[in-house]
Design a binder for this molecule. Sequence first.
Ligand SMILES: NC(=O)c1ccc[n+]([C@@H]2O[C@H](COP(=O)([O-])OP(=O)(O)OC[C@H]3O[C@@H](n4cnc5c(N)ncnc54)[C@H](OP(=O)(O)O)[C@@H]3O)[C@@H](O)[C@H]2O)c1
Length: 271
Amino acid sequence: MSKKTYVITGATSGIGNTLVKEFCKNNTVFAGYRNEKYVDELEKLGAIPFYIDMEKKDSIAKAAAFIKSQTETIDTIINVAGCVVAGVMEKLDVNEIRKQFEINTFSHLDFTQRLLPLLVNGKIINISSMASYGIFPFVGPYCASKRALDILFNSMAIESNIKVISVKPGVIATPLWGKSVQLNKKSIENCKNHEKEMQYMVANAEKNEKNGLDVHKVTDLIVKIDSLDNPKSSYTVGNDAKFAQFVSKLPQDWINKLVKCGIKAKVSSVK
Ligand SMILES: NC(=O)c1ccc[n+]([C@@H]2O[C@H](COP(=O)([O-])OP(=O)(O)OC[C@H]3O[C@@H](n4cnc5c(N)ncnc54)[C@H](OP(=O)(O)O)[C@@H]3O)[C@@H](O)[C@H]2O)c1
């Protein structure tokens, strides 16, 4: 197989880091980090690290300029970086929701647009989520940011000949879950009348980090998608994600009733 060039954001942990390890075996991989402490590790893997903070427009511009200075072509851009903003919608600070969209949605579009001239006959693979099906309460910003990511990039695919693939995993065992509890500390405390629900969300996040699907279930699929000439536009990974996809097709009132009942049952088990 000929050597290819990959650009991967969120390359320091979980899904992104596993992809770097896989693709570095035979290829050129540009690997995005936001914390200097990962640079050595990425270099040891054989990747070319680049700094990118998805919240900072100038860092996105500099990252794209750096990549353009190093290569003339890119085969695949894999937009992985992301986080979860959670909380009770009646109380959530709108600036937290803006931050969620900056990190999970707008930054990826901005970064990708800057790299498009190098992506000739290439692919864009976005790590979306089952959250994109939009049925999960208390993580409304996360669901909305992933749905928006899918809609914006799908528009791009319809408007052009660019191949865009959305990968929608269910729960995967990565550090995302522990980080989300830390990131949302304020919202977890600011949840009057929904204390039990937030307690359940925290306990569930802790469980997910251990009991989620193995990360290779997603990364093996991405390697396969990357190798296909005509991949599908969307892939759903895991039974939970397939269930979310099924539920999302029901009438909205049915979805709401079903999800409310589900949450009530789960919360009643919280001591
Ligand atoms: N784990 C799941 O259950 C699951 C399910 C569906 C979809 N996803 C999606 O998969 C993607 C990867 O998540 P993961 O599970 O692999 O979690 P992870 O281990 O926490 O990895 C997230 C990556 O994104 C980076 N990142 C976060 N905020 C950033 C920012 N502001 N600027 C630059 N980089 C930033 C992180 O950097 P640091 O190392 O510095 O934190 C890390 O490299 C995310 O988009 C997530 O929404 C995950």
